[in-house]
Structures are given as C-alpha cells and as structure tokens.
Design a protein around this ligand. Sequence first.
Ligand SMILES: NC(=O)c1ccc[n+]([C@@H]2O[C@H](COP(=O)([O-])OP(=O)(O)OC[C@H]3O[C@@H](n4cnc5c(N)ncnc54)[C@H](OP(=O)(O)O)[C@@H]3O)[C@@H](O)[C@H]2O)c1
Length: 340
Amino acid sequence: MKQIVITQHGDTDVLKIQETSDPIPSSDEVVIKVKAIGINFADILARKGLYPDAPKPPCVVGYEVSGVIESAGQGVDSSKIGNPVLALTRFNGYSDKVCISEKAVFPIPESLDFKRAAAIPVNYLTAYQLVYVMGGLKKGESVLIHNAGGGVGLAALDIALHLGATTYGTSSAGKHSFLKERGLNYPINYRNHDFLSSVLELTSGKGVELIIDPIGGKNWKKSYKALRSTGRLGMFGVSTVTDSTAGKVIQFAKLLLHTPWYNPLHLMNANKSVFGVNLGHMWRERETISGWMHEILKGIEEGWIRPHVDRSFPFEQAGEAHAYIEARKNIGKIVLVTDG
Ligand SMILES: NC(=O)c1ccc[n+]([C@@H]2O[C@H](COP(=O)([O-])OP(=O)(O)OC[C@H]3O[C@@H](n4cnc5c(N)ncnc54)[C@H](OP(=O)(O)O)[C@@H]3O)[C@@H](O)[C@H]2O)c1
C-alpha cells in the first residue's frame, strides 16, 4: 500500500509517498480500500511541527477517509466486504489502504459520493459537538461562526440553520456570496473590519448567544466580549499560531501571552460560559461519537447536512492541497483522491 509520510517538520516538500506492506486486519478490524481522504487544518499544523497531538516524524497523519471494505477480520460479518463506508481514523488516513476497528466505520448514505463522504467525519462531528451538544444552540438564538467558510464553519452553519438560529459568520470577503447562498444571514469581513464592532452594531449592542472560535489568542478575548448574557464561547483551535513565521517556541509563547484566563467570579457575574472542544481527545467515547454520527447521517437523508467539497487533489499532490488551504483559498473541504 501507499502512504503519504511527513518525513520531517517543514514546508510541503517534506510530504513524500512511500510504499509499505498491506495491512492485515485483526479480529474486530476491517481494511478499507480508500477512495477519498479529508484534509484538515490540523494536518498542516502537524506538518509544520505545531500540533502537539501528532506523532513524531516520520509519521502519517489523516483523520478521515471514505472507501470500500476490502477485507475483514474473523470477528466481522464478511457480508460487509464490498460495502462503501466512511471512517474516522486516528492518524494514518493519508494512505490508500486503512486498517481500522469496525466500530469506527459507518455506511455511506446512497446520495453521497466518496469525496463528500470523506468531508463529513471531522467537520460535522466537531461542529455538532460545538453547536448542539456543548453550545446548546436553540431556535431564536444567534450564533457567530468564526472561519465560516472553512470545513468546520460550513458544517456549523448547516447545524445552526437547522436549529433555527440567526447566523453571523466571519470569513475573507471572497467567500461571502457563497456563504449567503448557503444561508448565512450576516457575513463579516474580519480581515478588514473589527468583528467585535460589527457584531455589536448588527445586534444593537447586545451580542450573540453562541460563538465558536478556532482562531485563538487575542481573538478569544474579543469573542468573549461579543457574547450577550447567557452567552457561550466554544474554543476549538489556534489557527493564529500559523500567522507568524517566527520559530515554533516564539509562536507558542506569543499564543500563550495573548490567551485569556477566565475567572469563575467574573463568569458568574457576566452570565457567560466558556468551553473547549477537541474531537481528537474523544477516542474513548466511541458510543457517544457513534450516536452523533447517526444523527449527522440522518441529516444527510433529510437534506440539512450538506457537505461541500471545494476541490479534490490527486493522492500524489498532498503538498499542493496543503498549500491551497494555507493560502486561504478553500471554501469548505479539500480532499485527496486515490486512483483505486
Ligand atoms: N478542536 C477540534 O476538535 C477541531 C476539529 C477540527 C478543526 N479544528 C480547528 O478548526 C480550524 C478550522 O479547521 P478546518 O479543518 O475546518 O480548516 P479550514 O476552516 O478549511 O481552514 C482554512 C481557513 O481558515 C481561515 N484562517 C483563519 N486563520 C488562518 C490562518 N492564520 N492561516 C490560514 N488560514 C486561516 C481561512 O479562512 P478565511 O479566508 O475566511 O480567513 C482559511 O481559508 C483550525 O484551527 C482547526 O485546527 C479543531
């Protein structure tokens, strides 16, 4: 089988294709012949050495794939061989074959092709946890989705609209018309305008009930100020760490310096709450994740979950795919496709 290996931390040229022996499934595992691989911002951070959860190089990252079950261990019903599936992987997704527990695998609804199926697991599970499970968004409330044009952002928009909320979203200006077509009520160009002033202006000074923020650092401080009473701030990423070209230590030091500390007494008096989400640390909660995935796949059938693939790149062009996301060109998901 072929894998895309991060040979060392660095630019896109550190990604190299290597061959290794085919995996053999143990009793409760299946081998998926991979058709499409979802790329996540975390993969880029891992390549740059800015993602503490990632294995040390040489390593293979990748959190999600879609494909066909090629073989199965003795404990798995063999009639599942040949079934189209999507899977949440813990690294190793950048491969043309993936060996994984049968419990981490879900059937692909008929209406989905392999590319869109690979766009579901990380984006929609993260958004579901942020917006619905922990954010508790309700009909009639308002939500500010940072990075609304990204993979998690579009997923959060689908869920917020389904719940009947008013939606505000920050993104580069070039993504606004697409976001409006998808149903976003108020796009905000955060790169030219102060998003805090924009949100307060649009809400007559009140702010919003829920904010989901993957930017981190100073952005979290501002987001907190944009919450109205009963507001919740969901923090789930530190994209800002890639803004500087300084060394790793300096980048993290700057991030920490600007990261807010929340005082319980202040939270109490402000009637606000803050919470964090890291899907990558939910591996032991397999049943919970399966329950969420069940709801998401039901949403596909019902039409309110709409995974959007901006572009697909051939397996051999993982570097180009990373560069495209780093240049902020993507709207929604970028996937790699194999020739299998
Ligand atoms: N905690 C979790 O479980 C979890 C799960 C998934 C993702 N995340 C986090 O959520 C964020 C979005 O992830 P994603 O995979 O959906 O990727 P993505 O949204 O497709 O990320 C690319 C977009 O991020 C925006 N962006 C903001 N700051 C940026 C920066 N400093 N450099 C480059 N782009 C920047 C750009 O949009 P604009 O052009 O609109 O600025 C860019 O197009 C990342 O921080 C990721 O680590 C966390």
